[in-house]
Ligand binder design. Structure first.
Ligand code: NAD
Length: 384
């Protein structure tokens, strides 16, 4: 199972990749705040190395978002910055935000705070599909809170979460009903919203182990029954992909009982919110977790799952691997450069196997390195 990542995937993907040599990749970078600039710099270093080795040209345009944009323009994201992001092929984001309890960026209305830029760009780019991989590196398995017999050979899954519908976006209100304060939230999905995320999940399964587990609560919710029906319909276009349905409560249990069974988990917004945090926790290492948010085209925004870590900013100690792996996702999902993405993942695997660690993943007997050196080591290991 672990062989899906890294070099062992290359032979089949190589055939697919031969058609896409010498690409021009127009990438908007958003370094953001805190450790953002340091980790984006290392991801670009690795992308540049990929460009050299595989003959692609990386064109970067940097925009401001978050606290740094507030400092310069008074708002967390300008219309011009959003327009620049829209015009790119893909966006690579570090992180935004500062020390919430102790920063001038938070003495303003919520819509003017750094994180408002994040919501605005997700909405402005219509990013409805969120992908978060949860992969356990053998070298870091001590950080996994699960028992060894449960971990087995490890796990390698992605959670495909619907991001712009469902309970978080339905009507909500609180009112008095018969003298009792009553709150209402509305869970709403239409078939088009379900279809487009399901298509993304099946497309991604085709690049992986060809298994989709669709998670719902169809024994109770109408929206889940529609979800199941539409997902089954989409599955007819992907005869190679095995589709299974799982109830969300069972899925929450299965993630900690038998995580190795999952390849692609497809689910709606709130279930995905909870399950993706659960899945990332069992990898045990926040500095390693990449993510992607996609729209209906190949366009996507790629970012680490962690925040701007203001407590360690500017010290050259942040782990850049989550951002570097996000750049690999960008190559795979926005540019169909599967072989190049696998080369980055293999390089990350190699530095871990050789024993290099940033402080957050350090254990006795390993070699501690900083942000810049980790980027150098990974870039040096990118080979054709
Ligand atoms: P955080 O993820 O930034 O940090 C949590 C802990 O993990 C800290 O101790 C930090 O030092 C550590 N950590 C995080 N990334 C690391 C890395 N790459 N290497 C080593 N250690 C790392 O979460 P937080 O402290 O709750 O939030 C800090 C700021 O980030 C806040 O302003 C928050 O709003 C913002 N935030 C932004 C995003 C985003 O831009 N997508 C996401 C989450 C939080």
């Amino acid at each position: 199972m672990m062989s899906v990542r890294g070099r062992s995937r290359r032979p089949t993907l190589c055939v697919q990749n031969r058609e896409v040599n010498d690409m021009n990749l127009n990438i908007v970078t958003i370094p953001g705040d805190g450790i953002g600039p340091e980790i984006v710099r290392e991801a670009c270093k690795v992308l540049d190395r990929v460009g050299q080795v595989y003959g692609h040209t990386m064109n970067y345009t940097e925009i401001l978002m978050g606290g740094c944009s507030i400092d310069k323009y008074g708002v967390p994201l300008t219309d011009e910055a959003l327009a620049t992001a829209k015009a790119a092929d893909a966006v690579l984001l570090g992180a935004v935000g500062g020390n919430v309890g102790n920063s001038r960026w938070y003495d303003v209305a919520p819509n003017l705070r750094p994180e408002a830029g994040l919501l605005a760009i997700r909405k402005g780019l219509n990013l409805f599909a969120n992908i978060r991989p949860a992969y356990l590196y053998k070298e870091l398995s001590d950080a996994c809170p699960l028992k060894k017999k449960i971990i087995g050979d490890g796990f390698d899954m992605v959670i495909m979460r619907e991001l712009t519908g469902g309970l978080y976006f339905g009507d909500r209100y609180t009112k008095e009903v018969g003298g009792v304060t009553t709150a209402v939230d509305t869970l709403i999905y239409n078939e088009d919203e379900i279809r487009r995320i399901a298509v993304k999940a099946f497309d991604i399964a085709m690049k992986r182990r060809k298994s989709v587990i669709s998670v719902d609560k169809a024994n109770v919710l109408d929206s889940s029954r529609l979800w199941r029906k539409v997902v089954e319909d989409v599955a007819k276009d992907y005869p190679e992909v095995k589709l299974t349905h799982m109830l969300v409560d069972n899925c929450a249990m299965q993630l900690v009982m038998n995580p190795g069974q999952f390849d692609v988990i497809l689910t709606e917004n709130m279930f995905g919110d909870i399950l993706s945090d659960e899945a990332s926790m069992i990898t045990g290492s926040i500095g390693m977790l990449s993510s992607a948010s996609l729209n209906e085209t190949k366009f996507g925004m790629y970012e680490p799952s962690h925040g701007s870590a203001p407590d360690i900013a500017g010290q050259d100690i942040a782990n850049p691997i989550a951002t570097i792996l996000s750049a690999a996702m960008m190559l795979r999902y926005s540019f169909d450069l599967d072989m190049e993405a696998a080369a980055i993942e293999a390089a990350v695997q190699q530095v871990l196997t050789e024993g290099y660690r940033t402080g957050d993943i350090y254990s006795d007997g390993c070699m501690k390195v900083g942000t810049t050196q980790m980027g150098d080591l990974i870039a040096e290991r990118i080979i054709a």
